[in-house]
Design a protein around this ligand. Structure first.
Ligand code: AMP
Ligand code: FE
Ligand code: FE
Ligand code: ZN
Length: 279
């Protein structure tokens, strides 16, 4: 059975390894196929393809869009998106600008609470990539305001904490449509982190959702069984991935540490081809 990881981040967003480093790691681990799924950017895909050129490692171009509704975050993964779709890239640029502006607002809000960090430090951790709260968390740690990234979220910037500022809201339906317009297939990410995910799965199935992430580090056997039943009911592809964000992060999982359901890459490939041919 091929060894696959369909959910991971690089320095193009809030991961800590560059695309080339992730590819090297994938080779070391013996992975056959990875999808690069950075938040609001596909900039990591090209460098990963370059780094993997001439090897047997397959790279699936992907994205993770941060949608939201009144109950919280709903992340949508996109696979097989056309990197050259101009409208798609323009929308992603707008999302990244919003991430930048919102990061600045979080830093100002923290300052008003007496918690000083330098915006330059946040940008340093973002290193030209899509700005995210993990970069702010690292700046909080560096400035001595938190023991580690998790502590920084728990004390300051988690959704219900005083330093939190929301992103401009994108509905999950709109993010599915955006992925479809770019020729990709849309998959509900880490359902366990979504408020009432069975109801959300039913709702998004009506909006053309293609798949659901069944295998995920925080999913137990009961969750996997519930998700499989939803997938059977709504005709969804089941996928899986580690959500790797970097080496040495205690709360995050290692690249390749979970194996997606057998046959899911082939199922995704067929669905991508169907979408591309207008199916
Ligand atoms: P953002 O996209 O800027 O809203 O930041 C969300 C990202 O922060 C997620 O994709 C995770 O990588 C990370 N994250 C969210 N909550 C936590 C937490 N409690 N502890 C550590 N990392 C978190
Ligand atoms: Fe992340
Ligand atoms: Fe996510
Ligand atoms: Zn992710």
């Amino acid at each position: 059975m091929p060894h696959v990881d369909l959910h991971l981040h690089t320095t193009a967003s809030d991961g800590q390894q560059s695309p080339a480093e992730v590819v090297l790691l994938a080779h070391e681990i013996g992975l056959d196929c990875i999808a690069i799924t950075d938040h609001d950017t596909t900039d990591g895909v090209g460098p990963a393809l370059e780094a993997a050129a001439g090897s047997a490692l397959e790279i699936i171009p992907g994205i993770e869009l941060s949608a939201e509704d009144e109950n919280g975050d709903v992340h949508i993964l996109g696979y097989g998106v056309d990197l050259n779709n101009a409208d798609f890239q323009a929308q992603l640029r707008a999302f990244r600008q919003n991430r930048y502006d919102r990061g600045l607002l979080i830093v100002e809000k923290l300052a008003s609470l007496g918690v000083q960090i330098a915006w330059e430090d946040v940008l340093g951790f973002a290193d030209g990539g899509a700005v995210g709260r993990p970069h702010i968390a690292r700046a909080l740690v560096a400035a001595g305001h938190a023991a580690d990234v998790k502590d920084a979220f728990d004390r300051y910037i988690a959704n219900d904490k005083p330093g939190y500022v929301a992103r401009k809201r994108l509905s999950p339906e709109d993010s599915i449509a955006m992925i479809h317009t770019a020729g990709g297939v849309a998959v509900l990410a880490h359902p366990i982190l979504v408020h009432d995910y069975p109801a959300m799965t039913e709702r998004l199935s009506r909006a053309g959702l293609d798949g659901i992430e069944k295998v995920y580090p925080r999913h137990d056997a009961h969750t996997e069984a519930t998700i499989q039943a939803l997938a059977d009911r709504f005709g969804l592809i089941v996928t899986g991935g580690s959500d790797f964000h970097g080496l040495g992060l205690p709360v995050k999982a290692m690249l390749g540490s979970v194996n997606p359901p057998k046959g899911c890459v082939e199922a995704l490939r067929q669905r991508i081809a169907a979408r591309r041919s207008g199916g």
